[in-house]
Write a protein that binds this ligand. Sequence first.
Ligand code: NAD
Length: 280
Amino acid sequence: MVQLIDGKTISKQIKDELKEQVAELSAKGVKICLAVIQVGNDPASSVYVGNKKKACAYIGIDSLSYELPEETTEKELLELIDKLNKDDAVNGILVQLPVPKHIDEDKIIKAISPLKDVDGFHPMSVGALSIGQPGFVSCTPAGVIQLLKRSGIEIAGKECVVIGRSNIVGKPMAMLLLRENGTVTICHSKTKDLKEVCKRADILVVAIGRPKMIDASYIKEGATVIDVGIHRDENNKLCGDVDFESASKVAGAITPVPGGVGPMTIAMLMHNCVDSINIK
Ligand code: NAD
């Protein structure tokens, strides 16, 4: 029987642990505060921002909400970030991406102090991860590591294949698996013989952005399959980059969509907010 890696339960465990930590900190007079900035009113972004604020409330983290109009200028946004960078009462700053096209996303990411970069997107955070120094780690790949560890899946010495090389998922995912002593291969749209490379994997992490692309024919018998993708299928049902029905016949362990990687992203964002008191 395939082992179902339950992101819903694991993310709840993490949030409950954080809730306890926050209560202990609060008893010592230490407060944690996340500033969340949204520019424009993209409906998907509003849902993500709402979920982040809900998670803060559950754990006991204060959240400051900045809902800025679509026509906010880059200069205005940079000024707000600068103000929050200087505010000692603010531990973390999150700008919900994507920002409107007239704002340079890279400039915004770089403007957030690496000491408050709870998304882990700042070049200094990425650099720290690659050389093993303390810093914030991108939430989705950090969540995948927690899923593996808390499901009893050993990473050290394992063949790990990551499909996707984006800055927010694929690349940090590969660095984290390497940090856990996996033997890591990164595949992307120009990889030759994708199937053959994937079939070497003991742990296959799929972050392609193509619905149900990875079926059983890409998977070694007994491998662990982590599906980062989120899509709506032709029946408007949520699905991932992995064809779950086919893959679960061969895999040893697999994440479902929904209920796998998805809930872990916010749990790890909350972890980063609490961890902000240790990042100096
Ligand atoms: P992206 O589009 O930035 O990157 C996709 C990567 O896949 C690229 O590096 C590309 O080289 C590779 N790729 C594309 N087609 C390929 C092919 N045919 N063969 C091999 N590689 C191919 O996407 P992303 O931001 O990394 O996100 C990936 C998926 O994960 C998306 O479905 C996204 O919605 C989802 N996602 C989920 C969460 C979450 O919280 N669960 C967070 C971020 C992203």
